[in-house]
Design a protein around this ligand. Structure first.
Ligand code: URP
Ligand code: ZN
Ligand code: ZN
Length: 471
């Protein structure tokens, strides 16, 4: 294995970035990209022939829940095991949450860093989940960017878990975030509708896995997206809608963007590949996540939204609950979330094979747009001289089938069990280190660094809804 200082020359590959696709050699030295060009030479560097392979900037997963508590359950991984699994699947950086548990969000950031530093094998960043506007939180808001946090998350549901942001809190945070240069991201579901539906379903004795989808029909997501877009536009605050699952949600985002709103959308592989049919399976409870997976029409609308730029990024929403943790007296009590940090990139690359995305758009949604959203471009998400040497080599002819037994996440099941893929990440380079090479974990050292996210420039004025046609 070459040392970073001697350099590593990737020769003869097809470099696919968000805005280019063609042959290029790449020279890596000292953890950075040193040069990109054709017929590069570097006398002392190790040379790797990557003819026939695709080289892409390191994918970044903007939405993982590592070692995450959910009522009495906890996802089964650690920063070490989750970043190893991420690397096996062609991801070179993850972005996790620091969740405010009491008065302070900065304390949560420090606690999360203590868990990750010295454990993560890949670089990582954090966003901050605000669960309560306390006096401490108010005083901390102007200083969050000093701790490297530039994106906030609010839950518009989970009222009974005590972490819901009501409209007043949303409005306060959106206004503060605009002034302080943060982006606000939301889990958009209307709690009142799904809690009402839950009560009706319980009364009717309908509590199996299908009840999960039934109590959260598309209106639960669409109403919340509609409302938060309105609030964010009035507040002139950049907004990211997490895990969009419905055609209606895509439509609302498309219309708002067409009117100039700074709204971006994220979706996840489960919404692109799975449908509510899974709830009919005997193990349907395993597939419980929020929002729920939907219909084929929703799935195709999400692919279209990704292709046409309505949706900007793909996160995994990785939550590694093993089978034994995905239990509850009813569907409403089962911990929400699916494992996926390892399968996000292969599944999105399969979207290229299936004609949903161009190769460059694939790179954009798994890597470059994430880096831009978090203010990390061109250090991340790019293959340019000076960028971090985070690179993934995909063998477009590699045939793999997804099986829990051969994946590396801390779970004993996969939502995509048996799915055959042609094209898979085969070599993963993070910070110039070859981390995964073929079927070997080549460098499992916990050398991942915390990457602070800079706050963005003050928001450009978005048009007020009062002055625009109704969306
Ligand atoms: O069901 C999900 N998505 N679990 C993870 C937590 C969240 O809401 O993003
Ligand atoms: Zn969420
Ligand atoms: Zn999530």
């Amino acid at each position: 294995m070459p040392t970073p200082d001697a350099g590593l020359l990737l020769r003869g590959g097809r470099l696919v970035t968000a805005d280019a696709d063609g042959p290029a050699d790449i020279l890596v030295r000292g953890g950075r990209i040193e040069a990109v060009g054709t017929d590069l030479t570097a006398p002392n560097a190790a040379v790797r022939d990557v003819r026939g392979k695709i080289v892409i900037p390191g994918p970044i997963d903007p939405h993982v829940h590592i070692a995450w508590p959910y009522h009495e359950a906890r996802t089964a991984d650690t920063f070490r095991s989750a970043t190893e699994a991420a690397a096996w699947g062609g991801t070179t950086m993850v972005i996790d949450w620091a969740v405010q548990r009491g008065e302070s969000l900065l304390d949560a950031v420090a606690a999360r860093r203590a868990e990750a530093d010295g454990a993560a094998i890949l670089d990582y960043a954090l966003h901050g989940t605000v669960t309560k506007v306390t006096a401490t939180l108010r005083s901390e808001l102007p200083r969050l960017h000093d701790a490297g946090v530039a994106v906030l998350k609010l839950y518009m549901t989970y009222r009974r878990r005590g972490i819901m942001a009501d409209d007043g809190m949303l409005w306060y945070i959106l206004n503060a975030a605009r002034d302080l240069g943060y982006t606000v991201s939301v889990h958009a579901e209307n709690p009142f509708i799904h809690e009402w539906n839950e009560a009706e379903l319980r009364a009717a004795g309908i509590t199996g896995a299908a009840a999960h989808g039934l109590h959260k029909p598309p209106i639960v997501e669409a109403e919340a997206i509609h409302r938060v877009i309105y609030l964010a536009r009035e507040a002139r605050c950049p907004l990211l809608i997490r895990h969009v699952s419905t055609a209606a949600g895509v439509d609302l985002i498309r219309r708002a963007r067409a009117q100039g709103a700074e709204v971006t959308g994220e979706t996840c592989p489960q919404y692109l590949y799975l449908t509510e049919e899974v709830f009919r399976r005997p193990d349907g409870y395993l597939y419980i996540c929020s929002p729920p997976v939907r219909t084929d029409a929703d799935r195709l609308a999400l692919w279209q939204g990704l292709a046409d730029g309505t949706l900007s990024v793909v996160g995994s929403d990785h939550a590694a609950f093993p089978r034994a943790a995905k239990v509850g007296a009813t569907a409403f009590d089962v911990p929400n979330g699916l494992p996926g940090v390892e399968t996000r990139v292969p599944l999105l690359y399969a979207g290229v094979r299936r004609g949903h995305l161009t190769p460059s758009r694939f790179v954009e949604v798994v890597s470059t747009a994430v880096a831009r959203l978090y203010g990390l471009y061109p250090r991340k998400g790019a293959v340019l001289p000076g960028s971090d040497a985070d690179l993934v080599i995909i063998d477009p002819e590699e045939q793999r089938a997804l099986h829990a037994s051969s994946l590396h996440m801390a779970v004993d099941w996969s939502p995509y069990e048996g799915m055959a893929l042609r094209g898979y990440p085969v070599t993963v380079i993070a910070g110039g280190r070859i981390v995964v090479d073929g079927d070997a974990m080549a460098d499992p050292r916990p050398a991942g660094r915390f990457v602070p996210c800079p706050r963005r420039a003050p928001s450009r004025a978005a048009p007020s809804l009062a002055a625009s046609p109704a969306p």
